[in-house]
Design a protein around this ligand. Structure first.
Ligand SMILES: CCCCCCCCCCCCCC(=O)SCCNC(=O)CCNC(=O)[C@H](O)C(C)(C)COP(=O)(O)OP(=O)(O)OC[C@H]1O[C@@H](n2cnc3c(N)ncnc32)[C@H](O)[C@@H]1OP(=O)(O)O
Length: 194
């Protein structure tokens, strides 16, 4: 991608990503990693409710319908919302590596405007791993998997421990998450690395 900064180029000692043997099967709907996540949770009224599916290898596909609440200019999606959709799709790759990772850097190209009601079809893949650093790329197309490219992004995710959330999140939500057996189960799904 033109304009990608040097920090998004994998170093020479980077290795090819490995799909975890217990990763969800290709085609499987991943579900939300957290009910109140703006990107994927069902508990946010104006959230993206992005639905991601495991693909082959270390690839993910996802769909997101642009709602009225997601406007920037009249009738058009806000750029920050589109960046969120890319970020969420890239974050969903964690399910395939069974690694907890957060976005360190996200570079986005906005290629064409995206009208409200558009179904944005996203695909993402991990391209390389170097220690805790996970390099990935994503594309969003209008109307279908072969539609015109509207947005694309390159990202660097950094692997973290669950403590990252426990130590930094607001106590109210952390406590609620720790008291929720479903949330604990979802968090544990990421804890065993190859
Ligand atoms: C209980 C609930 C569980 C829920 C689980 C599911 C969660 C899923 C959520 C998904 C939701 C969707 C996704 C979201 O929205 S995630 C939310 C948005 N992201 C964040 O909030 C992250 C905030 N940042 C941090 O916390 C720290 O900065 C992190 C953890 C990222 C690194 O701080 P840490 O002290 O740990 O590590 P380090 O500083 O030694 O860096 C390590 C290496 O990385 C390199 N580096 C770092 N940053 C950058 C950068 N910007 N560009 C280029 N390189 C960078 C750095 O040079 C170094 O390289 P090297 O020297 O080793 O070569």
């Amino acid at each position: 991608m033109s304009g990608t900064s040097s920090t998004l180029r994998p170093p020479s000692d980077a290795v090819a990503p490995v799909r975890h043997p217990d990763a969800p099967a290709p085609g499987e709907l991943l579900g939300a990693h957290y009910e109140h996540c703006f990107g994927c949770g069902g508990g946010q009224v104006h959230g993206l409710r992005l639905a991601a599916r495991a693909g082959e290898g270390v690839r993910i596909t996802a769909e997101f319908t642009v709602q009225t609440a997601h406007q920037g200019a009249p009738g058009l999606a806000h750029g920050g919302v589109l960046a969120s959709a890319l970020d969420e799709t890239l974050g969903s790759l964690n399910w395939l590596l069974r690694t907890i990772a957060v976005t360190g850097r996200l570079e986005t190209d906005f290629v064409r405007p995206v009208p409200v009601d558009t179904v944005l079809h996203l695909e993402a893949e991990v391209t390389a791993v170097a220690g805790r650093k996970i390099y990935s790329t994503a594309t969003g197309r209008i109307g279908g998997p072969d539609g015109p490219v509207a947005v694309r992004a390159d990202a660097l995710f950094i692997e973290v421990k669950v403590d990252h959330f426990v130590d930094n999140g607001r106590q109210e939500e952390i406590q609620a998450a720790m008291n929720d057996p479903d949330q604990i189960r979802r968090a544990r799904a990421f804890e065993v690395n190859p």
